[in-house]
Design a protein around this ligand. Structure first.
Ligand code: PLP
Length: 420
């Protein structure tokens, strides 16, 4: 059974750390999730007990490192239900995964080919494709969205055409939180013989993902968004497609032979993408983080977030008309909002005001700068939730917002001066 109070006990930062004199209320998990004790212990275990390089040594401690490090591929395989653990490339995170993919596909795309993205993508699913436009002359097009900035299957059908060779979309947007019907989108993409690459940075931590059932071609994600260490993530790809990508980093560990006449031979995927000494402790910690969320159950996590999110949305709509919510109907994930009069760059003032109540949110453009066109504002506030948030956290957020709005009314014309 999902017991949020028991879950919270596993997070040291939620047990004693104060912010501005208050118990921490953490609503910035979309940026990075808090780390449970098991993950912290696993990282420390590596440093304290077998701190050796991976795939390098022939002695007992290095064998233990190899075992712990490679075991994580099997854990990731279970998480996303791919066919083999050889389809899993360790990267430094989603950004690295998508850059690796963009570089890897360069030789198979040509001038005039179209890459289809959306205007709600994170910068890391925009800029690598923009660079390909500069380098080889591919075209970037955007999927049409409806009046609520949602991407429907019908609109996707209207947007795809024969010149589209690659579709790259966030499964769940990091600001608006819409979860796309990826199975249907993948099916349609394949009808056009195009490839579909999914940015799973926000979906892998929140919903059960089965890449075999979805029949997507690539998936990128970061461990730190579900409580793993920073600096580690995954690029998953269907094996033949993955193996056909060109490697970007060249160096130790990824080659089979090097000759003086400059000939060199590479290993096969996934190893050909993993040059140099990797983030070993982070990889091992990622394995622990995955085991932790799988044990709790991704369906349970998603249901819990949906429930507490709904509670906050209902209260905000009823009690604070000054708050503009951009995604009230979204199934889960972040609440994106502004306070009237404090839209755009001034959303930061509200973020700073919330911090004085011990509440951590993110403000600004959320690395999704094209969204400005859709939301018609240069900045917003994002309260992003995760499994450790409670109804009490949501009440603290709503009460603090009410308080801020009331104080602002009293101090009319002297905005947020009470903060100083
Ligand atoms: C949807 C989305 N894609 C990509 C990223 C980039 O992830 P990372 O910074 O871990 O590489 C993020 C991070 O916020 C994200 O939310």
């Amino acid at each position: 059974m999902f017991n949020v109070n028991e879950i919270r006990k596993q997070y040291p930062i939620l047990n004693g750390v104060k912010m501005e004199g208050h118990d921490l209320v953490y609503f910035d998990s979309g940026a990075t999730a808090l780390k449970p004790q098991g993950v912290i212990d696993k990282v420390v275990e590596y440093y304290e007990e077998y701190s050796t390089n991976a795939h390098r040594g022939d002695y007992e401690l290095s064998h233990r490192t190899d075992f712990e490090y490679e075991k994580v591929r099997k854990i990731v395989q279970k998480l996303i239900n791919c066919k083999t653990d050889m389809e899993i490339v360790y990267t430094s995170g989603t950004t690295h995964s998508i850059n690796l993919l963009a570089h890897g596909l360069k030789h198979s795309l040509k001038k005039g080919d179209v890459i289809l993205i959306s205007e709600f993508e994170h910068a890391s699913n925009v800029l690598p494709w923009f660079r390909l436009k500069d380098e080889i002359g591919i075209e970037i097009e955007y999927v049409k969205l409806n009046e609520n900035n949602e991407l429907t299957v019908d609109l996707f059908k209207e947007s795809i055409h024969d010149k589209v060779k690659l579709v790259c979309l966030a499964h769940i947007s990091n600001v608006l939180g819409q979860c796309l019907d990826m199975k249907e989108i993948a099916r349609i993409t394949h009808e056009y013989e195009a490839i579909i690459a999914v940015d799973g940075a926000q979906s892998v931590p929140h919903i059960r993902i089965d890449v075999t059932d979805l029949d997507i071609d690539f998936l990128s994600f970061s461990a730190h968004k579900f409580g793993g260490p920073t600096g580690i993530g995954v690029l998953w790809g269907k094996y033949d497609l993955l193996d056909s990508l060109e490697a970007y980093n060249l160096g130790g560990g990824m080659n089979t032979r090097i000759e003086c006449d400059t000939c060199y031979y590479l290993k096969q995927a996934p190893f050909k993408f993993e040059a140099g000494t990797p983030a070993i402790e982070a990889t091992i910690g990622m394995g622990k983080a995955i085991e932790f969320i799988m044990e709790i159950g991704l369906d349970n996590i998603h249901d819990h977030i949906k429930k507490i999110r709904k509670h906050a949305i209902e209260r905000i709509i009823k009690e604070i008309p000054e708050v503009i919510i951009y995604n009230k109907d979204s199934e889960g994930g972040p609440i994106a909002f502004n306070v009237t009069g404090y839209e755009g760059a001034r959303s930061q003032d509200i973020g700073s005001a919330l911090a004085t109540y011990g509440i951590a949110v993110r403000t600004g453009e959320h690395c999704a700068k094209l969204l400005v066109n859709l939301l018609n504002t240069k900045g917003s506030i994002r309260a992003s939730l995760y499994l450790y948030n409670t109804i009490e956290d949501m009440d603290k957020l709503v009460d603090a917002l009410k308080d801020i709005v009331e104080k602002e009314k009293i101090n009319k014309g002297d905005a947020l001066s009470w903060l100083l």
